[in-house]
Design a protein around this ligand. Structure first.
Ligand SMILES: [Zn+2]
Ligand SMILES: [Zn+2]
Length: 348
């Protein structure tokens, strides 16, 4: 088994450190990828710290992966050595349940195999993208289109698809009024994508501190949710509210901002149950929904859409030895808007 360099969490409380891990041999359906860039997602931090359940350490995280093909299995014809490719949040699924057969393996009824922290087909624990190489089944590898800068593309593989999928599903386009709650890693991409789809975009952020950025990304309006009058001003306005915030919100206040047949979709995930008055849903026949990443086909569609519309994530490039500090900054929301690790620094 090939041994490769990685930056791993040794426990739930110790800093991540340089180490090596084993990758499987490149099988007939596999692609071996030399990783160039890996984004830092808030989920990475939750997982390594054990917030989402028991973890087998050492654990390598990272599910926003950009790199190039260095080897393909004997039955792989759609990728070739040198291709620029990406890997997102999942690396396999059961392929036989109703949802997989419908091409929505992100909703696999047996649970898709996550890029890190999942039990793989061979019984090992999957290890993510803070590493020099990864072996992935070709059906879960994305093609990175020309035109998206290599060093900035990685965040599209989680944050990008997570926001693109609900915008596409609820058919956002010219004439749509979309609100994006939260202007972080997910939110800033939601704004860019919704604006590129032709929607009129409003950002609902705690303060106005990122207002200039929001408008530069394509938002027409920007409101502070700390100001109670925002909720009166915007009542009955939106077709779709994309909530990217993981902290608990006063749901009824936000739901009242939806117009007839409007939907509030959550992509941020507060761990605790939230109270909701069903009467708020009666008014305007409102819906409250959730959405989880996107299928592989839809992820490719999103990458192509971003290339066509010049959508590039706002990133801060760091070396691998800065990852622990970057985690602290992510937890303080002190990043505009996504950290990307230059994996070259792991090869030193
Ligand atoms: Zn993520
Ligand atoms: Zn399935």
């Amino acid at each position: 088994m090939p041994t490769v360099a990685a930056f791993a969490a040794p426990s739930s409380s110790d800093p991540l450190l340089r180490t090596t891990i084993e990758r499987r041999e490149t099988g007939p359906h596999d692609v071996l990828i030399a990783i160039r860039y890996a984004g830092i997602c808030h989920s990475d931090i939750h997982l390594v710290r054990g917030d989402w359940g028991p973890v087998t350490y050492p654990q390598v995280v990272g599910h926003e992966i950009a790199g190039e093909v260095v080897e393909v299995g004997s039955e792989v014809t759609d990728f070739a050595v040198g291709d620029r490719v990406g890997v997102g949040c999942m690396v396999n699924s059961c392929r036989e349940c109703e949802n997989c057969l419908a091409g929505m393996e992100n909703y696999c009824l047996k649970g898709n195999t996550q890029t890190y922290g999942s039990i793989d087909r061979d019984g090992t624990v999957t290890q993510g993208g803070y590493s020099t190489h990864v072996v992935v089944d070709k059906d879960f590898v994305l093609r990175i289109p020309e035109g998206i800068p290599y060093e900035s593309v990685a965040p599209l593989l989680c944050a990008g698809i997570t926001t693109y999928s609900p915008l596409a599903h609820w058919k956002v386009g010219p004439g749509s009024k979309v609100a994006v709650v939260g202007m972080g890693g997910l939110g800033h991409l939601a704004v860019k994508i919704a604006a590129a789809m032709g929607a009129e975009v409003t950002v609902l952020s705690q303060s106005l501190s990122k207002q200039e950025d929001g408008k530069r990304f394509g938002a027409t309006h920007y409101f502070a949710t700390s100001d109670e009058s925002t909720f009166d001003t915007l009542a009955n306005t939106f077709d779709l509210i994309v909530n990217t915030v993981s902290a608990p919100l006063k749901l009824d206040s936000y739901l009242r901002l939806l117009r007839l047949d409007g939907t509030m979709v959550n992509v941020g995930a507060p761990p605790e149950p939230l109270p909701l008055r069903v009467f708020t849903l009666f008014g305007n026949r409102r819906s409250f929904a959730g959405s989880s990443i996107g299928s592989i086909a839809e992820t490719q569609e999103m990458l192509d859409f971003c290339a066509e519309h010049g959508i590039v994530p706002e990133t801060e490039l760091i070396g691998v030895d800065e990852v622990n500090d970057a985690y602290e900054r992510v937890l303080r929301s002190d990043v505009r808007y996504r950290f990307v690790i230059d994996i070259e620094t792991l090869r030193d």
